[in-house]
Design a protein around this ligand. Structure first.
Ligand code: SAH
Length: 570
């Protein structure tokens, strides 16, 4: 819950806007501000104080305890110009809250914690358990001192500005699921790599299951904080001891049908579970069902009071799943790059793309991002590189201009990718849409994009599609319309369209949409001079109903829609 506190009428107005926008997340604390702050501090995970920072600091000072448990506090000034993350920037989520409140109120978020200020991912914001000298290692990273990355298991971390391998470094970020204690000047990150398979007889006590799991991890030298899940057979999904053990470890319980487990090859099958639940292995098979390396073969709980053991467990290290984000950068202008695309660029530790696209967003990258850029024509190689880096367990962003799925990198990359990596697609504004908005409303009815590049597609195929579009009266946007070595295709395509459309049909030509040297004009099929078109251009040809109105290109949505039918939603 977010507690909201205000003192003045202006503060109350801003407070009410936040309360109205987030009715389920917020609670208004009325009354004298001192009492309101004290009550909210005790009851809420976060506070937004519509008060001066000075007043807020004085009220908070006696309440502050520990940064791992104190609520995050954001201050908004009287005029609603700034949302200041005052305390609990990372742990309390105040930095993120300041940005959210800023978005909502049109206030500038003010974030002063060092890692956020320089755009580095805070070591305590990686969504991984972290141990050791977080403050010391963070400071070293910020100060540009060499910090070694010792990754014993692969994990798709965001970028960290670590030293090149082989450099001597006083500080270390270690990524491991082994139960090592962090050394001096060391931070240990615990990726969720371990799956613990458990089997249990009916009524197996929670302590017995949990004790078994903890013993198994300890004796194998593994950290319980790297356990991602417990796994068992469907029939044990509600077995109280197993459910309680998962809850105690704070991990989900995954269950599998017996048949599925029976098909998993295991080193230690036995007759007892086969008779009871229909698979010769529960613990080992459930742990191995998602793939991985068996670190602890099946073991049984200790016999208690002379009765037989009631639980079994096995531990598997699952293969790291890398992350491939396929990110469209939009047509060029920074404000046409989506916030999601920006977030993915900053999430990736490896960036793969054409050099000129990398230049477009280089300033957004976090320190430590490994950039693999290549020149025109190396598409296949870029796609392969991106997938290979993701398979190694990295977080990779593969970028393309416009939408990365439109005549771009998504297809070759995903043709190459297997299901052992996670893929995230971020749509971008493709050239046809960027141009359409500049020209007016050329795409108001059915439309098609056709690339005139016959580098990878035989001209006969392209021509057949242009003919079909001409016959079907579709608005057509030509991508890759003309280059120095490819100059006859555009006149040919326009001639095919002219066979079905009047010479006065409007044609929009947009060069470098949304880039500094953008230019555009609306002309006609008869008047278009192909020599004015190059590879930075898209050409949009109207259908038989498209008109030029006040210098803009407008394709009606259909006569019936406009003239006779009641207006429907757009
Ligand atoms: N993935 C890109 C298209 C790549 S094909 C997208 O979705 O936009 C390259 C062609 O796209 C260029 O030859 C040109 O025709 C067109 N194009 C890309 N960006 C453009 C822009 N900003 N202005 C005009 N045309 C553009």
């Amino acid at each position: 819950m977010i507690g909201l506190i205000s003192a003045t009428a202006a503060g109350a107005a801003a407070r009410d806007r936040v309360a109205a926008a987030w009715p389920d997340r917020t609670r208004v604390y009325d009354g004298p501000v001192g009492e309101a702050v004290r009550a909210a501090f005790a009851e809420c995970a976060q506070l937004v104080c519509f008060l001066a920072t000075g007043a807020t600091v004085r009220l908070l000072a006696p309440l502050l305890g520990d940064k791992t448990s104190d609520p995050g506090v954001v201050c908004v000034d009287e005029a609603g110009r700034y949302a200041v993350a005052l305390v609990g920037g990372h742990g309390g989520g105040a930095n993120a809250l300041a940005r959210e409140v800023g978005d909502l109120l049109g206030a500038e978020p003010v974030v002063t914690t060092a890692t956020d200020a320089v755009g580095m991912a805070g070591l305590d914001t990686l969504d991984l358990p972290v141990e050791g000298d977080v403050a010391g290692v963070s400071r070293a990273l910020l100060d540009g001192e060499p910090v070694a990355l010792a990754a014993e298991v692969a994990w798709p971390l965001p970028p960290l500005p670590v030293a090149a391998p082989g450099t001597t470094a006083a500080y270390t970020v270690r990524v491991t699921d082994r139960a090592v204690a962090p050394g001096e000047r060391e931070v240990v990150l615990r990726p969720p790599t371990l799956v613990v398979g458990v089997g249990a007889s009916r009524g197996a006590p929670a302590e017995e299951v949990l004790g078994l799991v903890e013993d198994a991890l300890r004796e194998a030298g593994l950290s319980a904080r790297s356990v991602a899940a417990l796994a068992t057979v469907d029939a044990k999904a509600d077995e109280p001891g197993v459910v309680a053990a998962a809850e105690h470890l704070g991990v989900p319980l995954m269950t599998y049908p017996a048949q599925e487990l029976a098909a998993v090859a295991v080193p230690n099958p036995s007759g007892a579970p086969l008779a009871a639940v229909g698979t010769p292995s529960v613990a080992e098979a459930a742990a191995l069902a998602g793939g991985g390396e068996l670190l602890v073969p099946k073991r049984k709980s200790r016999w208690a009071d002379g009765r037989p053991a009631m639980a079994t467990c096995a531990v598997v290290r699952r293969p790291a799943r890398g992350r491939l984000a396929v990110v469209g950068l939009g047509p060029g202008a920074r404000d046409l790059l989506t916030p999601r695309a920006k977030a993915e660029l900053r999430r990736a530790s490896v960036l793969v793309g054409l050099d000129q696209y990398v230049d477009q967003i280089r300033d957004l990258l976090r320190p430590g991002t490994r950039v693999l850029e290549s020149g025109l024509g190396a598409e296949e190689e870029r796609a392969r590189t991106a997938v290979a880096e993701a398979r190694r367990g990295h977080a990779v962003a593969l970028i393309g201009s416009g939408d990365a799925g439109v005549y771009a990198m998504a297809s070759p990359a995903l043709a190459e990718a297997s299901d052992d990596i996670d893929v995230v697609g971020v749509p971008g504004i493709t050239a046809a849409l960027a141009a359409g908005a500049i020209l007016g409303a050329p795409l108001g009815h059915d439309h098609v994009s056709i690339s005139l590049s016959d580098l990878h597609t035989p001209w006969e195929v392209i021509e057949r599609r242009v003919r079909a579009a001409a016959e079907a009266d579709l608005v057509v946007t030509f991508y890759n319309p003309r280059s120095r070595g490819r100059d006859w295709q555009l006149p040919k395509a326009l001639a095919i369209l002219a066979g079905h459309r009047a010479p006065t049909t409007p044609v929009g030509v947009v060069r470098n949409a949304s880039r500094p040297d953008e230019s555009s004009r609306v002309t006609t099929l008869a008047d278009l001079d192909p020599a004015t078109v190059d590879m930075m251009t898209v050409v949009t040809v109207g259908n038989t109903a498209t008109r030029e109105i006040a210098g803009r290109m407008v394709t009606p949505r259909g006569y019936r829609w406009q003239d006779t039918r009641p207006k429907e939603a757009e």
